[in-house]
Ligand binder design. Structure first.
Ligand code: C5P
Length: 230
């Protein structure tokens, strides 16, 4: 058996959301974005350690909220301050992994409605492949590549594209090693992992794992909650 840690990155400012609060502390239907995400994380039987990476200025709020949702699992909750970039925030989480952990999932707090089944699929695929696993969805729009002037250069074959979500899962030692080698700032963990020459494969994502980024996403989240709490 292997032991799983889930790092929930929640330290972003949420500039594109345009709310006064950091994004993780914005409410949807009476609960914050971070609370919605953690409710699903703590429903997993498999998560031995949950690490919340929170805005430095709101560490106490994040800790109180995480411990309340963890309930009996509070002993295995660690709350740390994030950094200026997502990559630095993930590194802050990696620094506090418990010794027994051998599978690490990294999850965006802003993907608050990601179903438990998506976490379970990623965990089981990491265990069976020993490589990096990311959830992805087929791309619905036609995608164009532009030149530097903004003129369309070509249409990208969308049958070869996926839009990538979280949680992204990895064997612990390989992920730590990949982060130690990362020479630039990447937008997801799989890019850090792949830059170290390690294999990443895709499992089916879920539309409910969309990332709350703009006001439009916030309204979508409110309407999903209003229909039936997923
Ligand atoms: O900004 P974006 O929505 O792409 O961020 C994705 C996730 O990474 C969010 O959950 C956000 O809170 C987190 N993040 C972070 N630290 C940063 C930037 C983003 O934890 N410095």
């Amino acid at each position: 058996g292997s032991t799983v840690a889930i790092i929930v990155v929640a330290a972003g400012s949420g500039t594109r959301l345009g709310e006064p609060e950091p994004k993780a502390l914005v409410s949807i239907g009476g609960q914050t974005i971070l609370e919605h995400a953690l409710t699903r994380v703590f429903s997993l039987a498999d998560a031995a350690q949950v690490i919340v990476v929170a805005p430095a200025a709101r560490l106490d709020d994040a800790r109180a909220l995480a411990l309340r949702i963890a309930g009996a699992a509070a002993d295995h909750v660690t709350v740390v301050a994030g950094g200026d970039t997502r990559q630095q925030s993930v590194e802050a989480g990696l620094a506090v992994l418990e010794p027994t952990v051998d599978v690490v999932l990294v999850h965006d707090s802003a993907r608050s409605f990601t179903p438990a089944s998506q976490f379970e699929a990623v965990i089981s695929a990491v265990r069976s492949t020993g490589g990096g696993i990311i959830p992805g969805l087929a791309v619905a729009d036609t995608i164009k590549q532009l030149d530097w002037t903004g003129a369309v250069e070509r249409t990208v074959d969308r049958s070869q594209l996926v839009a990538v979500q979280t949680p992204q899962g990895f064997p612990r030692a390989a992920l730590i090693d990949a982060y130690a080698r990362a020479a630039e700032d990447y937008t997801d963990d799989a890019a850090v992992f792949a830059a170290a020459g390690l294999p990443v494969t895709v499992v089916d994502g879920d539309p409910l794992a969309f990332k709350i980024t703009t006001q439009w996403d916030l309204r979508r989240a409110e309407s999903i909650l209003g229909e039936a709490a997923p």
